[in-house]
Design a binder for this molecule. Structure first.
Ligand SMILES: *Cc1c(COP(=O)(O)O)cnc(C)c1O
Length: 401
């Protein structure tokens, strides 16, 4: 025990230091289904934290589909997809997703994080080059590292900077046979701004680069019936790879890649999380199929989400808050200092509003904020209640007058 203690001292010291800076993550335990209201640490609050954009996480049709599938197939596939993990349902989900995304084919993974880790190292390797938006998601950053490729970060959504960097790297420094990948988040999760995809398409065509967009926060949000960012900009067939997650608007868990059949066929042979990690569970797959069918059929929830978003953004700006450059249902209420954001979030919670403070290192120092997530599950009353509490706390803390 004693050697163990000294061997791991650095861990307790680090934890103590983070604790003294108020940087430990507080335990928040949920004791209810995900919805507009949730029970957190024993208290019912209005939920403005989840990525449950369309309220599907507790949808009766999804729950029914999951239960029915459990009765027929059980729960875990207990194998990777290439051995005994591919049920009829897995194929059905891929088929439905391909229809929904209007792409030739789809391959599913256990999560969106996994989909990125699976895809980038399967497509590029030593000698190739990646151009990556500086604010891309952690899973893209890790996937780039795994691929052992030179990564050039371009300034956030700055296509001029991207082109300059491409010009300075291609073709002089790079052998002709090598591949170029441009990768970007579709919607950026901390600011709610949108990638300039039409210009990225032009650059990818001009410089013969593979273009990949991670649509995690665009799924179910942007485009007709929530088809995502490619549909939003009407760029079908022009973006090589779309990464999707079923853990956000779809309300379940899982990830996928949508694109041309050659890409998907290649990933089925080379994507390591497909080959070496077990398939999605049966109830998850069944619930996802149900969710995609709901979206195919109706845009009611998507329209409600946008209606709520417009209402809330207008009102909160009217109160005098700064909400940055958000173009989506992600509403960052900018506060500046971490301490202020944490205090703000604490007071919101005391008054029945659950919205997260986000600070460094997730966002740059001095740009701490409360990130307010809109959902179709919210009623106008819920939004009004939140606005009232925001107004009171904002005045008490001197953020607005
Ligand atoms: C959330 C997110 C992911 C991870 O998706 P999971 O399905 O939760 O693993 C990947 N990329 C982006 C851009 C995300 O926002």
């Amino acid at each position: 025990m004693k050697t163990q203690a000294t061997k791991l001292n650095w861990l307790s010291e680090n934890l103590k230091e983070l604790g003294s800076k108020g940087l430990l993550i507080q335990k928040r335990v949920i004791e209810s289904p995900m919805g507009a209201k949730i029970k957190v640490n024993g208290k019912w609050v209005l939920n403005f934290c989840s990525n449950n954009y369309l309220g599907l996480a507790n949808n009766p049709l999804l729950k029914k589909a999951a239960k029915k599938a459990i009765d027929k197939y059980g729960i875990g596939p207990t194998a990777v997809r290439t051995i005994a993990g591919t049920t009829k349902l897995h194929l059905k989900l891929e088929e439905e997703l391909a229809k929904f995304k209007k792409t030739e084919a789809v391959i599913t993974f256990q999560s969106g994080f996994m989909a990125n880790l699976a895809t980038i190292p399967a497509l590029v390797g030593e000698g190739d080059i990646i151009f990556s938006d500086e604010l891309n998601h952690a899973s893209i950053i890790d996937a780039c590292r795994l691929s052992k490729v030179e990564v050039v970060r371009y300034n956030h959504t700055d296509t001029k900077d991207l082109e300059n960097k491409i010009k300075s790297k291609l073709p002089l420094n790079i052998p002709l046979k090598s591949k170029t990948l441009i990768v970007t988040d579709g919607v950026f999760s901390m600011d709610g701004d949108i990638s300039p995809l039409p210009e990225l398409v032009k650059l990818s065509e001009k410089y013969n680069a593979i273009l990949m967009v991670d649509d995690a926060h665009g799924e179910g949000v942007l485009g007709k019936n929530g088809r995502g960012i490619v549909d939003h900009f009407n760029l079908h067939g022009k973006v090589d790879i779309e990464i999707g997650t079923m853990s956000k608007a779809i309300g379940v868990v899982g990830g996928y890649v949508a694109g041309e059949k050659v890409i998907i066929d290649w990933l089925r042979l080379r994507a390591r999380p497909f080959l070496f990690s077990s398939a999605m569970t049966i109830p998850d797959v069944a619930a996802c199929i149900s969710a995609v069918k709901i979206l195919q059929k109706s845009d009611k929830q998507v329209l409600k989400l946008w209606d709520n978003t417009k209402y809330f953004k207008e009102k909160i700006k009217g109160l005098g808050f700064d909400i940055g450059k958000s173009k989506t249902p992600i509403v960052p209420v900018m506060l500046g200092e971490v301490k202020l954001a944490q205090e703000f979030s604490k007071r919101l919670f005391e008054n029945g509003i659950f919205a997260m403070a986000i600070g460094y290192p997730t966002v740059p120092e001095g740009s701490a904020r409360i990130r307010v997530m809109m959902s179709a599950a919210h009623s106008k009353n819920d939004l009004d209640k939140a606005l009232e509490v925001f107004s009171n706390v904002g005045k008490k803390l001197g953020v607005i007058s």
